[in-house]
Write a protein that binds this ligand. Sequence first.
Ligand code: KIV
Length: 275
Amino acid sequence: MRNTLPHLLQKVARQEKLSMLTAYDAAFARLFDEAGIDMILVGDSLGMVLQGHDNTLPVTLEDILYHTQCVTRVVQKAHVTADMPFMSYQSSIEQAMINAGHLMKEAKAQAVKMEGGEEIAETVYAAVKAGIPVMGHIGLQPQQIHHLGGYKIQGKNLNEADLLLEDAKILEEAGCFAIVLEGIAVETTETITRSLCIPTIGIASGPACSGQVLVMHDMLGMHKTFRPKHSKIYADLSVTITAAVQKYMEEVQAEIFPAQENATHRDLKVVLSHK
Ligand code: KIV
């Protein structure tokens, strides 16, 4: 059975940290699940790391539905949250409910994530009332890239910190079960985490949160040159993959691959019996 919200909240109550990773397909989701990850996020970061866009805005509800289905088809244990992409929840509460409903019903997500503070509080409240658990997301909101003008750390002065704290409290009151704090100054993250009863999940926000989330491509070193400071390379897969591909090409060229054991020969007995 997949981790439930009470299970995750009990873990936080025991002062244990939550670990969350993004995943977008069955192969990686199965590996992360078998490794024991608490939570998987099918993030709209897929627009950048899978689809090659510059930002997350082009991601559609259909993209998130498809990738969430790939993940939930194989995950046995981890809790799965699906991200609500840009303009799938901002235009009206009704539209948000319909779209969140698709992610829960057709993709078997256990929760949805929405970026925003006070401005999405009514939407969060309506979704939660209807039985859709919502994870909030404040601080650096990638869907606001054109307002922000870049991926910059938020909450660096007291004024910004107060506004973030207010948004966090409003989201908690609206019914969010957890809030992602992205790209927030460490001291502001500490204040927000201390002031809430629900867990905070941090990315690029320091160690004070109740848990951490990373984009899988960052922590697995899948990009050769883009190595964000907030992440840590736990395995340098771009190096491993490049070396594997080059070795394969060399072996094909040198006729080392395929070897005898990689090929199947005709069954001589069958051939003879046909004569
Ligand atoms: O889309 C995503 O992967 C996210 C995480 C960075 C929190 O929102």
